[in-house]
Each structure stands twice: as structure tokens, then as C-alpha cells.
Design a protein around this ligand. Sequence first.
Ligand SMILES: Nc1ncnc2c1ncn2[C@@H]1O[C@H](COP(=O)(O)OP(=O)(O)OP(=O)(O)O)[C@@H](O)[C@H]1O
Ligand SMILES: [Mg+2]
Length: 359
Amino acid sequence: MLGFGREKGLVGLDIGSHSIKAVELNPKKKASENLYEIKKIGYELIPRDTIVEGTIIDSAAVVETIKMIFDENKISNKNVAISISGNSVIIKKISLPSMDTEELAESIIWEAKHNIPYPYEETNVDYAILRPSPYSEEKNLDILLVAAKKDKIANYSNVVYQARKNLEAMEVDVFALQNALEINYSEILNEKTVAIINIGANITNVVIIEKGIPQLFRDLSLGGFFFTENMSKDLNISFDEAEKALKGIPVKNFPSEQLEASLRTNIENLLEEIEKTFSFYEVGEKKEKKIEQIFLSGGLSKLKGFPSVFENKFKTKTEILNPFRKISFEEKKFDAIYFQELAALFGVATGLATRRLEK
Ligand SMILES: Nc1ncnc2c1ncn2[C@@H]1O[C@H](COP(=O)(O)OP(=O)(O)OP(=O)(O)O)[C@@H](O)[C@H]1O
Ligand SMILES: [Mg+2]
């Protein structure tokens, strides 16, 4: 989506509002189950308020952090793929009758003008034709329309250019996550209806995929930042202390029952919003549909016991999406424990890094 460029050797760069992650993968030469090998990896936290509501406010801080990640982890490849999300990015699934390419291009522009809540001139539009759904009897083309506001694209591209990197592709988070699932869990992806829920600091991406075909996308304004903010108010502690408490680091001078109560309320609110999104999918169409498996990703999914919280709520098998499941690494260079720690954070970045290599 919104891509322009070369075929090989990308660094997936996930510019999040809590941390920036970068990963470079090498395709494996020998045929084996592991298609990729991690070449380089790194991440850094960024100061709070650097990115607010999906807009990079302090671009100098982001540029410095990107440079630092590349320098400290000796990433010499300058070709990067980044992603954007949130309400300046609209993804719509439309259905059009079969037609020739020229007519299709015209129809897509027409659809874009009528489906996007922003002036057409202010957006960049791209599309992808989906493979036919196994359920559809009609000969229609299912098309994913992606429109991103030009100011959002400029806001994110600028930091890449200022960090002296080559922007080779711009993707949306949900597609990067789908890529990560595809290379690591293809057997499940192609057989089942799955949901990926990526819970970051400010945004929770939800994507529902039916036998490999994406059906629903949502970017919810939810995440760890709101947990921390509410906990700091509920417990009358600083934001930084609340952040520690969220990560399970003991904070002195307040009873743990209070912490647990605050955390529980936040989790319940999050689950309710996700339930609404699920219901929209499951009840929204004629056929009865059911999500059969949930994959969690994002920093907040590291909350202790979180997969079982989802299993209990949705009565659906839930696990953390491990974006390195079928990716190998040199044991001399990296520590396996390190990858376990990073797995939840690297869904988007890994999906971005595999984007072009697999073609
Ligand atoms: N071990 C942990 N336990 C609980 N929460 C955690 C843990 N580690 C990180 N978090 C929370 O996860 C969030 C960061 O997740 P992530 O790195 O996925 O976000 P991001 O990609 O930077 O943000 P966004 O995509 O929303 O802009 C923060 O709110 C942080 O407090
Ligand atoms: Mg994120």
C-alpha cells in the first residue's frame, strides 16, 4: 500500500508513540521452514508528548531516536518501510463488478471520493484487489481502498528523510500485522477466522481475517497510555510511577489492592470496546460468524496473564503473536531471551521488514 520502490533489503521501522522499533531481515538462502533471519534489531523509548494523537509534534526527538537506533545497533541499510495508523487513515472494503483496468481505475476514484470523509485532494489513495472470498458466489471484485491524509504522510515521511534514510514504502499498521501473521502462522491464517489486536500506547489496531482474507479493520483510541494516565489519577501517583506499576515494577507506598482495582477497570473498558468491534463483525452480516483465534500484540499485551483475560472474556483461544516464530537468528550474536522480551513489541516492524522481500 502506498508503496514506491525497490524489491529487497528493507528495515521495518515502527514509529510508535511510546517507542520506535527497527528490524532488518535477510531472506534465507537455503530452503527451510525459516524463511528469514534477523540481521539487525533495535528499539528506543521516546519521551512522552513527542507523538500526540498520532501526530509527530517533536520531530527532532524522533529523528534523533531513529539515528540512535541505527547507530547503536549498527544498521547500515538505509532503506526503510514505515507505517501509519489512526483516524487519518481510512481503509474500506468495496465490491465492484469485474471490469477492465481503465474502468476500474475510474471507479476506484469515484468510490474513494464517496467513501472517504476527507476532501479527495487532501488524501493519497491506493488500493489492492483481494482474492475472491470462498463464500462469495458473485463474480465481483473485492477491493481494499486505502486513503491516507497527505499531511499525515508528510508528517511521518519527513522524520525519515531528516534521519537520512530512504523511505521505500509506507504501509498501514494493520497490513503489517497481517504480514507478520502470514509468515509465522500461515497454517492458522489460511484455515481460520482470526483477530489480531495490537495494543500500543495510544492506538489499538484490530484486524479480523477470514481464511487469509481481511474483513474488518479498526484503529481504536485505546492503549497503555490511557491505562497509565487513569492509574496515576486513581492512585494519586506520578505518570512515571503508574507506568512502572503497569509494567509490574513495585511502586512504594500504596496498597496493591488499589492498583489491581484500577487496572481491572481499565482492562474491562478495553475489553468492552474490543467486544463492540467483534460484534460489529460477528453480527453485522447475514451469516453467523465467529472469531476462532485471537493474536495479541503491542506493549500492553505484555500485561501479566493477558491472553487468559481474553480467553475468559471471548471464550476464544488467545496467544501473543510471536513475529519471530519462523525467523531465525545467529545465536552467537543474539540472546534468545531478548527475542522473547521483544516479540510483543515487534509485530508491526517485522511485518514491515518482510513486506518486499517475500515477492
Ligand atoms: N511489560 C509491560 N507490561 C504492561 N504494559 C507494558 C509493558 N511494556 C510496555 N507496556 C505498555 O505498552 C505501551 C507501549 O506499547 P507499544 O510499544 O506497542 O506502543 P507504541 O507502538 O509505541 O504506541 P502506539 O502504536 O500506540 O503509538 C505503553 O503504554 C507501555 O506502558
Ligand atoms: Mg504501535
